[in-house]
Design a protein around this ligand. Structure first.
Ligand SMILES: [Zn+2]
Length: 142
């Protein structure tokens, strides 16, 4: 079976919630800056961001600017829009973020046929406007 081009889920279908631990990530995304939560004490990354570092127990956080490139760690091909059940090809991925060892992000990938997405594929960030004036990082084939 061939699926054809991988689309992004429409931004108007996507709503996020934030909390004090995750909001810096989303505020940076609004400015089209990709970041990840890094411990201010031991420098280990953790995504999703949590209040306390699981490695050293520190509550200190840093939000370094990342290059915006990543590598596909895992993916799945979906062929129905979850909102209305219509035919719609999209590819949720888990990516390893360059510049942030250990930090993974869930997103969609585009700019490639769904059949050609593979583990180890290099991708770069694209920005999707979503509900409530937030911006979601997605990825395209690099
Ligand atoms: Zn730590």
């Amino acid at each position: 079976m061939t699926y054809g081009p991988a689309h992004l889920l429409p931004g108007e279908q996507i709503r996020i919630t934030t909390n004090p631990d995750t909001e810096p990530f989303w505020q940076a995304a609004k400015e089209h800056k990709l970041t990840a939560c890094q411990c201010g004490e031991c420098d280990k990354f953790r995504m999703p961001p949590t209040a306390v570092c699981p490695h050293c127990g520190s509550r200190e956080k840093k939000w370094p600017a990342l290059p915006g490139t990543a590598t596909v760690f895992s993916y799945v091909v979906c062929n129905k829009n979850p909102k209305n059940g219509e035919d719609y090809v999209y590819v949720p991925v888990v990516v390893d973020l360059d510049g942030a060892p250990g930090a993974r992000l869930n997103a969609n990938v585009t700019g490639v046929d769904a059949d050609d997405v593979h583990i180890g594929m290099k991708v770069s960030v694209v920005w999707t406007d979503i509900q409530d004036n937030w911006v979601l990082p997605n990825f395209q084939k690099a």
